[in-house]
Design a protein around this ligand. Structure first.
Ligand code: KG4
Ligand code: ZN
Length: 349
């Protein structure tokens, strides 16, 4: 059958992923993801060069695997899509040029996809009943923004972080506490195991001023708290070995508490300006059940619907890239390649 299958690739950070999407029945027929978390865990964060090497090593094998899983060959694929950015440039280049070269060799359309658009629409992968317009709280390790989303091709960024991303803040604080990457997950686990929001330490909650938010002040306040309480090893730039576990738990719980309140204040600020009926939370931080429960309760009390992307779609994946590409194909909203020029021209940017 003609023009039926789309192959999408994501490689913007520490996940290499492919999805094959059936454009006729609008379903994902195969999806595969290789996470580098166990490699970056011990370094307390993603090392860009190491991430690029991991993508490079695995990408060919993953492509072979997904084609085998779906019993298709490259010749069966009618459209190719890959994340263009934003993200780590070395990591992006590997997925992007790999897929672009295959599309060029097969003389098929190649569709570059914005990673953030992937996140914005990711909740549709499991909640098909979300109605436009909605506010999208998109919070991950690389970005933190609130959007007004009006349709599959119209959205507007309303506010963003002035400094660190929300997930980055979790990760940096976790690193200070000598907890592994991804910090948000470990801080949430500690909070859940400790009994929620007890012994809160007094850290500042970002003042919204113009609707933008700041996360770096929280990290700095925690660093000063560690130094003031003589718990910080300046030479090794981390918490001292002898620090009591109860202290680490209190700092982790306080981090979870502050970030939860900051995100809630932020959403409520924009709801006053844009009184929509639904709020959708996406991105890696949307894995955090404590934040989601709080937002869901607060919004329910205001008669506002709350949706979030399913956990498997919160962190980076190629399903969300395939979904955005499929919508673009349906609208014919992409540039067609010209085959009379070399692959390294800009013909299809
Ligand atoms: O969306 P994502 O996989 O990659 C980016 O596009 O950045 O998000 C990764 C981020 C990390 O900063 C990580 O700490 C955060 O998502 N994260 C969490 C949780 N799980 C992952 N943050 C809070 N709570 C979690 N359970
Ligand atoms: Zn992402």
């Amino acid at each position: 059958m003609n023009s039926r299958y789309l192959l999408a690739c994501e490689s913007s950070c520490d996940e290499t992923a492919f999805t094959i999407y059936d454009l006729e029945s609008n379903i994902i027929i195969a999806s595969i993801l290789d996470s580098q978390i166990d490699i970056h865990e011990k370094n307390g964060g993603v090392i860009p060069e190491l991430a690029s090497q991991c993508h490079y090593k695995i990408i060919g094998q993953l492509l072979t695997k997904i084609l085998t899983m779906s019993m298709l060959s490259l010749a069966d694929i009618s459209f190719f899509a890959a994340t263009q950015g934003p993200g780590l440039s070395g990591a992006l280049l590997i997925g992007f040029t790999f897929i672009k070269a295959i599309a060029w060799a097969h003389k098929k359309p190649f569709i570059p996809i914005n990673h953030l658009e992937g996140h914005i629409y990711s909740a549709f992968l499991s909640n098909i009943n979300i109605e436009f317009p909605y506010l999208c709280l998109s919070v991950s390790g690389g970005h933190s923004s609130i959007y007004l989303v009006e349709s599959f091709d119209t959205y507007k960024k309303l506010g963003q972080t002035r400094d660190d991303a929300c997930g980055e803040c979790f990760d940096k604080i976790a690193k200070l506490l000598d907890l592994p990457y991804p910090g948000g997950k470990y801080i949430e686990d500690i909070t859940n195991n400790s009994g929620i929001f007890e012994n809160i330490r007094q850290y500042p909650i970002s003042n919204l001023l113009d609707g933008s938010i700041s996360f770096s002040g929280l990290k700095t306040a925690i660093l000063y708290d560690l130094m003031r309480t003589n718990n910080y090893d300046k030479n090794n730039k981390k918490i001292k070995n002898k620090v009591l576990n109860e202290f680490i738990v209190d700092v982790a719980v306080s981090t979870q508490y502050c970030i939860t309140l900051m995100l809630e204040h932020w959403v409520l600020w924009y709801l006053k300006l844009y009184p929509v009926e639904s709020v959708v939370m996406v991105g890696g931080v949307a894995c955090n059940e404590i934040i989601k429960n709080r937002l869901s309760r607060t919004l329910a009390s205001l008669n506002i619907n709350f949706f979030s992307a399913e956990k498997k779609y919160c962190c980076d994946n190629a399903d969300m890239i395939a979904l955005v590409a499929a919508k673009k194909i349906a609208r014919n909203d992409f540039k067609h390649m010209t085959y009379d020029q070399g692959i390294f021209n800009n013909a299809f940017y």
